[in-house]
Write a protein that binds this ligand. Structure first.
Ligand SMILES: Cc1cc2nc3c(=O)[nH]c(=O)nc-3n(C[C@H](O)[C@H](O)[C@H](O)COP(=O)(O)O)c2cc1C
Length: 205
């Protein structure tokens, strides 16, 4: 697939078929991710490939519960837990059907080892570096999603899971110096989202 075509064809997919995908496709998607640019060439990321159906379902069910709690606890929300749960459930269930969910982590230790003799707190205090290395993960995520598109697969950049790091930590036991960045579900799309046309001239100053 030509690059601009893949870029334009990539859509955020929020409804997947349960069909399995090939391990070789997952490897290619990860390969695309690790060939993205990274700040100082540090490659400050780690991936956890979630494929176990029970683990996936547990993760999404817990995220749904946490999101319902978050929404109803907002002072401006005047709806019951049941109403919010009914509204959010299809969104979670349709995404969780994807057979593979790549959990992307920012490996802060990599930056600390390179710039502050392994001292993570000091590295985090040096904000521009901490942020610069962290920005690298956006490129990695985009490369992976484009590769998924080129392979005829759907994907989503699911950042909202960041709101509940404890749920992620319970799903994947990880060291403190790995910060959860995003979940990228990958699978066969079960929807074709509509998109508005985008024109370069609308964005020129
Ligand atoms: C930084 C960022 C965070 C996002 N977080 C979420 C998210 O948590 N959940 C979700 O369903 N979509 C998320 N998206 C997807 C956007 O909603 C989507 O890219 C946008 O609506 C445009 O649609 P398209 O990706 O199909 O072009 C995120 C996208 C970006 C760039």
């Amino acid at each position: 697939m030509k690059l601009l075509k893949a870029i334009k064809n990539r859509r955020s997919i929020r409804k997947f078929k349960p069909n399995p995908i090939q391990d070789t496709d997952v490897i290619q998607i990860l390969e695309a991710g690790i060939w993205a640019p990274s700040s100082g060439g540090t490659q400050p990321y780690k991936f956890f490939i979630l494929k176990d159906r029970k683990q996936i379902d547990r993760l999404y069910t817990r995220m749904l519960t946490k999101e319902v709690q978050r929404v109803v606890s907002h002072p401006s929300v005047d709806r019951t837990k049941e109403e919010v749960r009914d509204e959010l459930t299809p969104y979670f269930r349709n995404i969780q059907r994807a057979p593979v969910h790549i959990l992307l982590f920012y490996d802060v230790q990599v930056g600390a080892d390179r710039f502050t003799e392994g001292d993570v707190d000091r590295f985090k205090a040096v904000t521009p570096l901490y942020m610069s290395l962290r920005d690298s993960l956006i490129f990695t995520a985009q490369n992976m999603m484009l590769m998924a598109t080129a392979l005829g697969l759907g994907s989503l950049y699911l950042e909202a899971f960041r709101r509940h790091p404890k749920v992620i930590a319970d799903t994947v036991k990880h060291r403190d110096t790995l910060e959860f960045f995003a979940c990228i579900p990958i699978g066969v799309p079960d929807e074709q989202p509509e998109v508005k046309a985008r024109k370069v001239k609308d964005f020129l100053l």
